[in-house]
Design a binder for this molecule. Structure first.
Ligand code: G6P
Length: 494
């Protein structure tokens, strides 16, 4: 691993490292290369952070075999990390999204443990760490993001002990009973412990991580603090019991930092005359139904889209909702389309939507308006404003920023949020209608009570949720994390 900066390479004091850059390289209709915003909530959350720091963002440009020089866009310096076609298949689609993703989301889909995927994950994590080490100035702060890069903190610390390293896990961290299935569990824990601060969405995630540290490495944990020996007595291996505490240690902080959204953006956009007009236009285009229910998700099996459709289909079958009065708008943005479980999910969702529409739609009144693409942010705000009921029925979700975006957009204090208790957002948005999406009868009741909720109760719940989202926005999340991180630097000078 390169220990020294590359000559003529600009150095940065603050670096974000994530699997994807904030923009994806795409081929436009004329066959030319263009840039599009990356999918997922991570980029939307980190963009405002980057604009406040004169830092660099290290990540993959979203297409295989692209070897690009660093470039600037929208006031950010981007440092591309190339991936070959085989690496995209084994590191990204394989180990990240067919091993770790299902394992960390409570095994909703069966994780696959392939040794060649693990080998590629190691190789690619090393490449990210090397590229970061090249562009990091002396004593820089490096913030590594998410499950695709869990080995990077240790690789970076070994190469550049002068750096202050943070890691934030955007998805859940599973209970030890599930995590321990992973053949490379010890290496993952060692990788993460290379950070000074390891952040999670919920207390439960931080607790699961601390337990994995105790069980696999035998290191002592006390509250948020983990005592990591400067010299690991069992490098690369599981410890047979607790490690003696008399040698020198460094402290790793592991705790929750619930991520949020750029709430002022949603407030400002939702107030705009053109956006409000667009919301009215959407309502009219949908046939002016009495109630618009909305689902907005990446097309992912963790989001509980199947459960939502099942519950809604039963309500239609029982005549409790009528297509002349109620419509479900489902936006399902394409995601990980070459991974088998995602292909299967798409087929199942689209067959179900087709069946429900075939059975219950009337001329001019569709039961479900289904959209398999993503929309620009402004259009999303108009949709949020048009939606009387927002359905977030994830079976497991680190946070779910859509729930917070909906709340932040409802300046009229109207609209009802139906929210899964398995989404991290439910820790904060307690005045949502909380559901267990596995309980289909309960989900149906929740939908009905949302549809029928009196205006005064809607306003009371929405006001309380808005207060929370505006108090704890993305600015608070990032400054909370980065303040904790810089405090570690002062606490433990290298
Ligand atoms: C989730 C993950 C992100 C990821 C995003 C989009 O939000 O936590 O790390 O970037 O999904 O998924 P993709 O695989 O397209 O990057």
């Amino acid at each position: 691993m390169s220990q020294r900066p590359v000559r003529n390479q600009r150095q940065y004091d603050f670096i974000v490292v994530s699997n994807r850059l904030p923009v994806d390289s795409v081929i436009d209709g004329d066959g030319n290369q263009a840039w599009a915003p990356s999918p997922g909530g991570l980029v939307a959350a980190l963009e405002p952070v980057m604009h406040r720091h004169d830092g660099a963002w290290v990540g993959w440009p979203g297409r295989a075999d692209l070897d690009l020089d660093p470039f600037d866009t929208d006031g950010m310096s981007l440092i591309p990390v190339p991936l070959s076609e085989a690496e995209v298949a084994d590191y990204y689609e394989g180990f990240s999204n067919a091993t770790l993703w299902p394992l960390y989301h409570d095994v909703i889909a069966v994780p696959e443990f392939l040794r060649e995927w693990w080998e590629t994950y190691r190789v690619v994590n090393r490449r990210f760490a090397e590229r970061t080490a090249e562009v990091a100035g002396r004593g820089a702060v490096v913030w590594v993001q998410d499950y695709q890069l869990q080995l990077v903190p240790k690789l970076l610390r070994d190469a550049r002990p002068d750096l202050t390293i943070g890691f934030f896990n955007h998805i859940p961290f599973p209970s030890y009973g599930l995590f321990s299935q992973l053949p490379w569990r010890t290496q993952i824990i060692e990788g993460l412990l290379g950070a000074d601060v390891v952040g999670f969405q919920r207390d439960a995630d931080a607790g699961n991580f601390a337990q994995a540290v105790r069980r696999l490495k035998g290191f002592a944990t006390k509250g948020q603090h983990i005592a990591v020996p400067l010299t690991d007595p069992n490098p690369g291996r599981r410890a047979s019991g607790p490690v003696r505490e008399d040698g020198p240690t460094r402290t790793v902080v592991a705790r929750k930092f619930p991520i949020s959204i750029d709430a002022p953006y949603f407030r400002a956009t939702s107030h705009r005359e053109d956006i409000r007009a667009r919301a009215n236009e959407i309502r009219a285009d949908l046939g002016n139904p009495k109630v618009i229910m909305l689902g907005v998700d990446r097309l992912d099996y963790t989001k509980g889209i199947r459960h939502r459709l099942l519950a809604y289909g039963e309500l239609l079958a029982e005549g409790r909702v009528k297509p002349e009065e109620v419509i479900l708008v489902q936006v399902a943005s394409p995601s990980r389309e070459r991974v088998k479980s995602y292909m299967d999910l798409r087929d199942e969702v689209e067959v179900t939507v087709g069946r429900i529409n075939g059975e219950y739609s009337a001329i001019g009144h569709q039961a479900i308006s289904y959209h398999h693409h993503s929309y620009p942010r402004e259009e999303m705000v108009a949709l949020y404003l048009a939606a009387d009921v927002m359905l977030v029925t994830a079976l497991r979700d680190g946070m779910n920023l859509v729930a917070k975006e909906y709340v932040a957009s409802r300046f009229d204090n109207d609209g009802v949020l139906v929210l899964s208790e398995f989404a991290g957002a439910s820790d904060e948005l307690k005045r949502a209608v909380l559901v267990n999406p596995h309980d289909i009868e309960g989900l149906k009741e929740a939908m009905m009570s949302a549809i029928e909720m009196p205006p005064a109760e809607r306003a009371m719940r929405m006001r309380s949720m808005r207060k929370r989202v505006f108090e704890d926005d993305v600015e608070k999340w990032s400054s909370g994390f980065l303040d904790t991180l810089t405090a570690r630097r002062t606490a433990e000078p290298t």
